[in-house]
Design a protein around this ligand. Sequence first.
Ligand SMILES: [Zn+2]
Length: 81
Amino acid sequence: MKHAAEPEVHASLSIFEKSCVYCGARFRVLAAQDADANQSRSYDCPACGKSYELQAAGEPEVRLLRGRTDGKDDHYQETMF
Ligand SMILES: [Zn+2]
C-alpha cells in the first residue's frame, strides 16, 4: 500500500520585523526555513552593522524600514573579544 503523493515542500519563508538593540533602526528580515537545511546564519543591521543570528536555510535578506533613532552615525563595534 502506497502513500498518497505527499508534496516534498517543507520549505517556507519566515518574515519578521526587528528593532536593532543598538541603534533603534527598524528592519524586516526574510529567511528561508527548511528543517533539512537550516543552520546559523548571520545578518547585519542595515543602519549600524550590528550582527544578529538566526536559523535559516539560506542567506537572510534584510530591508531597512526606518532609520536609526539614536541620532548617531557611528558603526557598531563588537568590542567583546
Ligand atoms: Zn543597528
